[in-house]
Ligand binder design. Structure first.
Ligand code: SF4
Ligand code: MG
Length: 316
C-alpha cells in the first residue's frame, strides 16, 4: 500500500544531495494466492526495485506490504528470518547469482543449513530431491556452476529458491538471459512448480511475449508508477493506457501469420526518474496528450475489473 522506494543521489566527501531517484513512487496493488502477477515495463522503470522492496532486500521509504496479515516492513530481525523462508527470489542472471566456488549441492542446500539446521545427510537427500524436481541429473550435485549451461544454471537457482518451500516467489527476469529455445523450458518448469506447490509469483519482465501466456494478471510500470493493471488477456486485447498499447505494439510478433498491428511510434523526450515531468509522467511521449495531462497527475482508477492511470483511457 502506497509503496515508495527512493534513492538519494549524493556527491563528494560531504555527500551533497543532488536529487532523489523515485524508483517506486506510491504504488498500491494486491497479489492473490496462487496467481502469477506480471510486472512489465522498460528497464529502469522500477520493477526490480519493487520486487526487491517487497522481500526487504531493499528498504522501503514509505508504505506497507502485508503478507498474511503481517506488515513486512515492521518485522524485527528474527521475524524477518522466519519470513525469508516464505518469500524467495529467482534472479535474472543465474551465473552471477550462484557462488562459483561452491558445488551445486552446497548452493542449493545452503538455505537448508541456515534456516532448518538440517544434518548433512538430510540436506543431501533434500537437495537430490530438489534437483530431480527441477530436472537436473543427481550426478551433477558435485559440480561447480561454470560446468552448466545457462538453462541448467537457472534450474539450480530455482531449486535453491524452492528449498524452503516458499509461498511467494519474485521471479526477476528469470528467462531474459537465456536462449529463446530454453526460455519455454524454464517457463514450463515454473508453471509446473506453481501448480504442484500452489506458489504465488510476482513475475518481472520487459518481454511482453513471455508474460502473455504465463501470467494471470499484468501490471504496467512507467517511471516508478503503475499505469495499468488487469487480467492479462484483456490487457493485451484491449489496452486502456497509451503506454500499454505502445509496449504491446513494440513487442515482436511471435505468430508469423498475425496481421501487422497498428504501429505506434513514441517520440518526445524520455523523462528522467530524478525529475519526473509534472502531471502524467508519460505526457512527454504520449501521442494522445492534452493540456490537462501536463498539469494533473492521473490517479489509478477502476474501469470494470481493470485499473488505469490516464485522463483519457483508450476507446473501450
Ligand atoms: Fe497520455 Fe494524457 Fe493519458 Fe498521460 S494522461 S497517458 S498524457 S492521454
Ligand atoms: Mg531489472
Amino acid at each position: 500500500r502506497n509503496l515508495k522506494t527512493y534513492f538519494p543521489i549524493e556527491k563528494g566527501l560531504f555527500r551533497k544531495k543532488l536529487g532523489t531517484i523515485r524508483a517506486v513512487d506510491d504504488i498500491s496493488f494486491d497479489i492473490y494466492e496462487g496467481e502469477t502477477l506480471a510486472i512489465v515495463g522498460e528497464s529502469g522503470c522500477g520493477k526490480s526495485t519493487l520486487g526487491r522492496t517487497l522481500l526487504r532486500l531493499q528498504e522501503a521509504t514509505e508504505g506497507e506490504a502485508i503478507f498474511e496479515e503481517q506488515n513486512i516492513f515492521q518485522l524485527g530481525s528474527s521475524e524477518l528470518r522466519q519470513l525469508r523462508k516464505q518469500m524467495q527470489i529467482i534472479f535474472q542472471d543465474p551465473f552471477a547469482s550462484l557462488n562459483p566456488r561452491m558445488k551445486v549441492m552446497d548452493i542449493i542446500g545452503e538455505p537448508l543449513i541456515t534456516h532448518e539446521s538440517m544434518s548433512l545427510k538430510e540436506k543431501e537427500e533434500r537437495v537430490l530431491e530438489l534437483m530431480e524436481v527441477v530436472g537436473l541429473r543427481k550426478a551433477y550435485g558435485y559440480r561447480y556452476p561454470h560446468m552448466f549451461s545457462g538453462g541448467q544454471r537457472q534450474r539450480i537457482g530455482i531449486a535453491r529458491a524452492l528449498a524452503l518451500n516458499p509461498k511467494f516467489v519474485v521471479c526477476d527476469e528469470p528467462v531474459s538471459a537465456l536462449d529463446v529455445s530454453i526460455q519455454s523450458q524454464i517457463i514450463n518448469l515454473l508453471q509446473r512448480l506453481q501448480e504442484q506447490n500452489n506458489l504465488t509469483y510476482l513475475f518481472i519482465s520487459h518481454d511482453l511475449n513471455v508474460v502473455r501466456y504465463f501470467s494471470d494478471r499484468i501490471s504496467v510500470m512507467f517511471l516508478g508508477k503503475l499505469m495499468e493493471l488487469g487480467p492479462t488477456n484483456e490487457v493485451y486485447e484491449r489496452p486502456l493506457h497509451p503506454y500499454t498499447k505502445f509496449l504491446i505494439a513494440a513487442a515482436p510478433v511471435v505468430d508469423p501469420h498475425a496481421r501487422n498491428k497498428e504501429k505506434l511510434i513514441l517520440e518526445g523526450e524520455i523523462p528522467s526518474p530524478i525529475n519526473p515531468p509534472a502531471g502524467c509522467r508519460f505526457h512527454t511521449r504520449c501521442p494522445y496528450v492534452q493540456e490537462v495531462c501536463k498539469r494533473e497527475e492521473p490517479q489509478l482508477q477502476a474501469i470494470d475489473n481493470r485499473q488505469v492511470a490516464c485522463h483519457f483511457p483508450l476507446e473501450t
